[in-house]
Design a protein around this ligand. Sequence first.
Ligand code: KIV
Ligand code: NA
Length: 265
Amino acid sequence: YKKVTVKSIQEMKQNGEKISMLTAYDYTMAKIVDGAGVDVILVGDSASNVMAGHETTLPITLDQMIYHASSVVRGIDRALVVVDLPFGSYQSDPKEALRSAIRIMKESGGHAVKLEGGKEIKDSIKRILHAGIPVMGHLGLTPQSIYKFGTYTVRAKEDEEAEKLKADAKMLERSGCFAIVLEKIPAHLAKEVAESVSIPVIGIGAGGGVDGQVLVLHDLLGMTHEFNPRFLRRYMHLYDDMTKAIGQYVDDVKSTDFPNEEESY
Ligand code: KIV
Ligand code: NA
């Protein structure tokens, strides 16, 4: 195998090879995702929802992100590991942003960080990049700003928001970001952005005209079942399969079928 780097995913874009990215938050899942050949593993702050059961991504802390990221890093051989900077760890000023990014790099062993936003956080992005830490941008639906928008609906449908998004993408490229995530925006806009920048654009709910795709692992596996956006393709229905398996275990314990003699010492 060859380790994936920020350079190799830029080469993938140049060669027209699509980039696969998935979330993971723990060692066991990361080992499976890495072994299956996913290029980029995102330790997303979606851990706040998926792992901790919060309604939004806002409550997760930097310490909790470091715990998830260090668990993921121990599980991988090949993938590039990108770690979300959580809400509150980078918005107040560039120095704090850099301190947070340094903590992630030192304490988790991740390879890059991701921050939500455009020109509002330009100085923080530059500060982190100057320290030699690769930065992935994130535009469109930015869940850390949910209370500003009020809903999780498609973004940048109006011209004004689309123009800002395009300008922000160019700014992220110019600043030196190695890639950009575009979340839940019209496919034609995402395609236009991907064609206008030289760095990889990875979409979620952003259509097929971009350079790669990302999904939340637990959604792809069908472990979550209340979340049904149209962009989600479920490759398994583990919620049902796990419920059945665990129900069977309960029955077997109750009926004294488990453990049998071969399962005993
Ligand atoms: O936290 C996350 O899972 C993300 C992806 C959806 C891009 O940021
Ligand atoms: Na995120």
